[in-house]
Design a protein around this ligand. Structure first.
Ligand code: NDP
Ligand code: 2IT
Length: 454
């Protein structure tokens, strides 16, 4: 039953969503897990639950015209994919990056649906963004772009409808401009965006939440195996929001991060990236807009390796280590990288980014006995604290850093437990991919069965 279920479903998905490779990749992985559920619970297949989750409930595509500093008119394409609202209003980030297209938005909105379900908070799945490249743009250009993007999108949003946040290329500054325009057009001050600054409705610890949550999840993965983070050598990719706070929490817990990267290449610091060095990177990336290559000039014992498109692998993943935490972007680990990670002694991989590991890399990890956590479980801390921001906004309150941290910690523990229990229950113990997909699916699926065909 299960093989033909996945085969038939995927044939339809490829036919109905042609050319959307990232979307197919994300759906295939979930379908393989759901097949295990459907063998025992044919009611989900009968009601076409997964088929209905796969089809976005709404996908908005719109032109975003704006005027650059030289007076020239520019046009980008904006998106918001409202995938599923069975367990709460659509919720998910906003990505501004030249690689954004409908397939990327749909895979992210699909993944978000399962991730948000795993948090056990009332959030459905969505994702938005534009193929706009914020690099090299002035502050005024960023503001005009955000205002134009929101001028179309605002009519589709609301605190109980759809609540965007940040993602690649969208941080506190962009959320400010997006929120400002939303507020002006809607005439209301509501918690319609998360990731807001603290003074006007943001939650403490939201910037840190994805990276901290990732490391809390890793702690759980190690704990059940009788291990701790102390002295573990960690490979981190990316140098943005998720990577920075991953490194910060790794340092807090005694681990030794040795790499970070951006789209130009990666740095390897055999002495470890300590908190002073991290602070320097945060200033470089968040204030000065510099490139990670500069780290090797500042810290001469470190090396910088530029991206080499002629290679079939990324040498970052050939660095010997205990743990790998990809925190940059999708598909950054291929099968060759996975082989190098295994050779280099890595025993645990947990995704901070969304779908950074290709399907054959995940297969290689499982075959090699590497403990692997998919992003929809291990990076859920960001959206979880977004959910806490929504709760604070609707009750007009603000919790302390300690309160939010305790709740985040508990949510990551609970997600870990859900994944482990579902994996055991369905005969795939220790497999966090199946555990996360099944855990995320059952909550949304049950809500859909209870709410009827809508
Ligand atoms: P940022 O924009 O803050 O940082 C992104 C980092 O990844 C930068 O170092 C960037 O390099 C690098 N990067 C991005 N795209 C590419 C690419 N195509 N090739 C090589 N390097 C790339 O984003 P975030 O840290 O917020 O997001 C990182 C990942 O984490 C994404 O997959 C995102 O979806 C995921 N995520 C984010 C959450 C959040 O709360 N922000 C929550 C959960 C997941 P450069 O500066 O050179 O572009
Ligand atoms: O991928 C993600 O989970 C995010 N970018 C965060 C989404 C959110 O709504 O906080």
């Amino acid at each position: 039953m299960s093989t033909s279920y996945v085969h038939d479903l995927m044939a339809h998905v490829r036919d109905f969503h042609p050319g959307e490779t990232e979307f197919h990749q994300a759906v295939q992985e979930v379908a393989e897990s759901v097949a295990l559920v459907i063998d025992r619970h044919p009611e989900y297949a009968k009601a076409k639950v997964l088929e209905r989750i796969i089809e976005p409930q709404r996908a908005i595509l719109f032109g975003v015209p704006w005027v650059d500093d030289s007076g020239e008119v520019q046009i980008n394409r904006g998106y918001r994919v409202q995938q599923n609202n069975a367990v709460g209003p659509y919720k998910g980030g906003t990505r501004f990056h030249p690689s954004v297209n409908l397939a990327v938005m749909k895979f992210l909105a699909f993944e978000q649906t399962f991730k948000n379900s795993l948090t056990a908070l009332n959030m459905g799945g969505g994702k938005g963004g534009a193929d706009f490249d914020p690099k090299g743009k002035s502050d005024a250009e960023i503001m005009r772009f955000c205002q134009s993007y929101m001028t179309e999108l605002y009519r589709h949003l609301g605190p109980n409808v759809d609540v965007p946040a940040g993602d690649i290329g969208v941080g506190g500054r962009e959320i400010g401009y997006l929120f400002g325009q939303y507020k002006r057009l809607s005439g209301e001050f509501t918690g319609t965006m998360t990731g807001k600054r603290l003074a006007w409705g943001g939650s403490k610890l939201r910037p840190e939440a994805t990276g901290y949550g990732l490391v809390y999840f890793v702690e759980q993965m190690l704990e059940v195996r009788g291990e701790r983070l102390d002295d573990k050598v960690c490979l981190v990719s990316g140098a943005g929001n998720v990577a920075q706070f991953t490194v910060e929490k790794l340092l807090d817990l005694g681990a030794k991060p040795v790499t970070m990267s951006d789209s130009g290449g990666f740095i390897y610091d055999p002495e470890g990236i300590d908190s002073d060095k991290l602070y320097w990177i945060q200033d470089l990336k968040n204030v000065r807009g510099g490139r990670i290559a500069e780290y090797a000039d500042r810290y001469p014992r470190a090396t910088f390796t530029p991206v080499d498109a002629s290679l079939d692998h990324n040498p970052l993943w050939s660095t010997p280590a205990d743990i790998a935490l990809p925190c940059a972007t999708q598909n950054e680990i291929n099968a060759a990288d996975a082989a190098h990670l295994i050779e280099g002694g890595v025993r645990l991989v947990a995704e901070g980014a969304n779908m950074p590991s290709q399907a054959d890399a995940v297969e290689a990890f499982h075959e090699a006995g590497i403990v692997f956590a998919p992003g929809k479980a291990s990076n859920a801390g960001g959206v979880a604290v977004s959910g806490l921001e929504m709760a604070q906004n609707s009750s007009h309150s603000q919790w302390s850093r300690g309160e939010v941290d305790a709740k985040l910690h508990q949510i990551m523990k609970d997600i870990h437990r859900t994944c482990a229990e579902r994996a055991d229950e369905y005969g795939v113990p220790g497999n966090y991919v199946h555990g996360a997909n099944i855990g995320g699916f059952i909550r949304v699926g049950d809500a859909m069965l209870q709410q009827g065909v809508v």
